[in-house]
Design a protein around this ligand. Structure first.
Ligand code: 5GP
Length: 192
């Protein structure tokens, strides 16, 4: 029988660079690994595609799927904006021996750990909150109010970092990439 895949949970404040790191990781995937596509009720940003970046759902559709137990975890990450991992993104892959990466917030990570005690978690952060603020401003995808909200959320999220098995400090993108790849290789048991 094929051994089940590993569930890998990646969290970090919005703007910590975790999505960019994961984009780079998946440009040359280290073995049998897929990236789960989350569902969200937020609107697509410019360039984002339904089914690739997120499953963009109406609030009604999100709630319907919630009620029918389709989510492994779901959280109202920002007021009025829900995000969740569909079981269908995870369970068939793990059963088939494929490992799966979830990129989710700290509360979702808690729930994923409870559902999968063997999961391994990685926290990505900048060295300082000032650095995080600068990144959020530079990417010009959020309004000033959104940036303030995301910084406030980040302050709370950082207090969860100790609950993660690994931590990646993203101040030098190449170093952070090398660190992340090493961690993933260890988790997947790839030769170092
Ligand atoms: P963004 O709107 O910038 O794409 O994501 C905002 C936050 O939602 C990020 O911290 C991201 O990790 C989190 N997030 C994305 N997908 C999920 C998910 O499926 N579940 C949970 N709990 N959080 C998610």
């Amino acid at each position: 029988m094929t051994p089940p895949g590993k569930l890998i949970v990646v969290s970090g404040p919005s703007g910590s660079g975790k999505s960019t790191l994961l984009d780079r990781l998946f440009a040359a995937p280290p073995g049998n690994l897929r990236r789960s596509v989350s569902a969200t009720t937020r609107s697509p940003r410019q360039g984002e595609e339904d089914g690739r970046d997120y499953h963009f759902l109406s609030l009604e559709e999100f709630e319907r799927r919630r009620a029918t137990g389709e989510f492994l975890e779901d959280v109202e990450v920002y007021p009025g904006r829900w995000y969740g991992t569909l079981k269908s993104e995870v369970e068939p892959s793990l059963r088939a021996g494929e490992s799966v990466i979830l990129e989710i917030d700290v509360r979702g990570a808690d729930r994923a750990r409870q559902a999968y005690p063997d999961s391994v978690s990685i926290f990505v952060q900048t060295r300082t909150l000032e650095e995080l603020e600068a990144r959020l401003c530079n990417r010009q995808t959020e309004s000033a109010a959104d940036i303030a909200r995301r910084l406030e959320t980040a302050r709370q999220e950082i207090t969860y970092a100790d609950q993660y098995n690994y931590r990646v400090i993203n101040d030098d993108p190449d170093q952070a990439m090398a660190d992340l790849r090493n961690i993933i290789d260890q988790i997947l048991g790839n030769p170092q």
